[in-house]
Design a protein around this ligand. Sequence first.
Ligand code: F3S
Length: 63
Amino acid sequence: MKASVTGSCIGCNLCVELCPSIFKMGDEGKAEVIADPVPDDSLGCCKDAAEQCPVEAILVDQG
Ligand code: F3S
């Protein structure tokens, strides 16, 4: 699975709190993906972050 953060991110930091193995806050105040592909042990928290992001800025590719 691959994850990405779109320009819609408002920097709420929720994804970083939920899944710090995959997301970090970048210099621009937007989240960045730091693991590609997403390791198996982080699939759950990555999906949680995508579902809970308030602006749906996290895209996940199941491929
Ligand atoms: Fe941005 Fe959503 Fe994360 S707004 S900081 S991608 S939870």
